[in-house]
Design a binder for this molecule. Structure first.
Ligand code: ADP
Ligand code: PHD
Length: 580
């Protein structure tokens, strides 16, 4: 940080260097440079090079680095140190909100940016209410039970915290000026929206995103009002109003690069004008073309927090959950799961991607790019050390870190009819998936056949699943014989693939003893993941047996002993090295 303040930021965008700069981009760099040198004047000298007139040494940076340096410098100027994200379970009631306020205030040395999810199960209730509205008819929309649950929860919370009910009256409708004129509160707007859905008898992905946005919009307003009531100045932000720019992929939008400088500028600018703890809605963004509310996929508030972390160049990103960190397994499957103290970004991303609900699959990307540690903590058990996720850790002695389940997977066995050469065959198969916008999770190939699993997150809407699958099969059948195998599960063994023989020996031993035949195995180049495909009906039992064998019965201690004899360095059950 200190370096960023001492040095001037000089941004140069190489692809655009030959072309005249667009004004927006140039201004962005000027803003970045200005932020990197508060008080310094900036000018454009030649091409896209922007130089601060501070007399300090110049550093040539690419676009992203310039934004990061600027963010780091400005954040040190404004003093934000940490992003603290609290999930739905952490803010599920008035009592929980009090607890979280107490938790935040117990770190007086920090200047946090707070990110909140919707209260408790509000997102699920909003989605259910939306689905019911489609078929219930307009007059009945007000009587949808989930709407009543949402209203009751928010009104009760407001009352119990001693707040004014008008705090959920701020409007957040985008591109609908007429709506802005209405004097209804968010809860009334929500009811209106459900009536609209009932009248239209359809719930498009765009409307679905707008519908679920009410959850985060309400939780943050309540929380900020409560902090203000306690005399701790807080300011509520809707992410879509402060520069969270996304693709227009409703229900699963990606954050665009422009977000980082925009969010940094807004949060820092406001802090400089009038310091107040920012309370930001997780999960939400604004589509860059549509300007409508988008969402980042379920659990997307983690991604909001890491994006803010990178934008502001924070020291640490904390995600507060209802578990003692990332565990060796989903605790709903294995009650004996234990916390994993350290993970790399890569391990955490793989774990999340392959189904561990605890982290959003994309959330590690900004943290990794900004090299900002992510700490997963338990808001119900502050003293638990949690999990620290960083760029690197010594994996040389680690074995298995965590076991993850992704169920209800579709697997395809595709055998070439030899109409194409081998490379032509693989290329054709993957171009079909590309054309249909379907991601593939795991792949195993031989010369003339491919087995692969499909990523269910790309098959959101239930009716579409069958339609899309039928279409895929139809296309593939032009060049191959295709077997569609549904109700499969991927069991991912996240660990040190350098020790894959040891992991596989143990795993297959366990599976054989349990009478399970693995239907596909994939060991990627990622060095952290081995995936096994089994039938859904066997998956939980497999995971329990694997967890018990790897983590509960002294296996890792045995290996530890062996390692000690061979190398003199023992390994803990989670791959953490004790000693050397
Ligand atoms: N490997 C794992 N480690 C920890 N929690 C897991 C794991 N796999 C699944 N979970 C589930 O993830 C939940 C926490 O994630 P989530 O519900 O998204 O939290 P929040 O809503 O607080 O952000 C836990 O309550 C647990 O049931
Ligand atoms: N409320 C959203 C976003 C989110 O991140 O929630 P949580 O942090 O509670 O997983 C969801 O339920 O998907």
């Amino acid at each position: 940080m200190a370096v960023a303040l001492r040095f001037a930021a000089v941004a140069r965008d190489s692809p655009a260097a030959a072309a005249p700069p667009r004004v927006g981009r140039e201004q962005q760099y000027l803003a970045c440079a200005a932020a990197a040198r508060p008080g310094g004047r900036c000018s454009r000298r030649r091409g896209l090079v922007v130089r601060c007139q501070s007399g300090a040494a110049a550093v040539v940076l690419n676009k992203d680095d310039a934004a990061s340096v600027a963010a780091a410098a400005a954040s040190s100027a404004t003093g934000f140190t940490v992003a603290m994200k609290f999930g739905g379970s952490s803010v599920a009631s008035a009592e929980r909100m009090r607890e979280v306020v107490d938790l935040i205030l117990s770190f007086p040395e920090e200047t946090p940016v707070v990110v909140l999810s919707a209260m408790g199960k509000t997102t699920n209730n909003l989605l259910l209410a939306g689905e019911k509205a489609v078929s219930c008819g307009a007059p009945k929309a007000s009587e949808i039970p989930e709407l009543a649950v949402i209203k009751e929860l928010h009104v009760r919370t407001i009352d119990e915290l001693g707040l004014d009910r008008s705090i959920v009256s701020a409007h957040h409708v985008l591109n609908m000026k007429d709506f802005r004129q209405l004097k209804h509160g968010l809860l009334e707007e929500l009811e209106q929206l459900l009536k609209g859905v009932a009248m239209m008898k359809e719930l498009t992905p765009r409307t679905r995103d707008y519908l679920v946005s009410f959850g985060e919009c309400m939780s943050t307003r309540i929380f900020a009002a409560y902090l203000n009531k306690l005399g701790k100045k807080a300011r509520q932000y809707d992410a879509f109003d402060i520069g969270f720019i996304t693709t227009d992929d409703f229900t699963n939008a990606d954050i665009l690069e422009a977000t980082y400088p925009a969010v940094a500028k807004r949060l820092q600018g406001d802090w400089i004008d009038d310091p107040a703890i920012p309370i930001v809605t997780g999960f939400l963004g604004k589509g860059w073309k549509s300007c409508a509310v988008t969402t980042l996929g379920r659990g997307g508030s983690d991604l909001t927090a890491t994006t803010i972390g990178k934008a502001l160049g924070l020291r640490e990103i904390q995600v507060w959950k209802d578990v003692d960190g990332v565990l060796t397994c989903d605790p709903n499957i294995c009650a004996n799961a234990i916390p994993v103290p350290y993970l790399t970004f890569e391990e955490a991303a793989e774990l999340a991607y392959f189904g561990a609900q605890v982290l959003h699959p994309q959330s590690m990307r900004p943290a990794k790019e900004g090299d900002i540690p992510v700490r997963v903590k338990n808001s119900y058990n502050r003293r638990a050390p949690g999990t620290v996720i960083t760029k690197t850790r010594d994996l040389s002695k680690s074995i298995l870190t965590s076991i993850v389940l992704k169920s209800n997977i579709t697997m395809l066995d595709i055998v070439s009819t030899r109409m194409l050469g081998q490379y032509g065959f693989l290329a054709k198969v993957f171009s079909i998936f590309e054309d249909l916008g379907i991601s593939v999770d795991c792949v195993a190939t031989s010369e003339v056949s491919i087995s692969l699993t499909l990523d269910p997150s790309k098959l959101w809407c239930r009716e579409l699943i069958q339609q899309e699958l039928d279409h895929v099969v139809e296309e593939l059948e032009k060049i191959a014989v295709v077997h569609l195998l549904q109700h499969r599960s991927i069991i991912s063994l996240i660990g040190n693939v350098q020790r894959s023989s040891l992991i596989l020996e143990k795993a297959f031993n366990v599976l054989r003893r349990n009478g399970v035949n693995v239907q596909m195995i994939s060991q990627g180049a990622s060095k952290v993941n081995i995936s096994l495909v089994v039938h859904d009906s066997e998956a939980k039992q497999c995971i329990q047996a694997l967890h018990s064998a790897f983590f509960e019965n002294g296996f890792l201690s045995e290996v530890e002993e062996e390692d000690l004899q061979h190398n003199g360095s023992p390994v803990s059950p989670n791959g953490v090295i004790y000693g050397n």
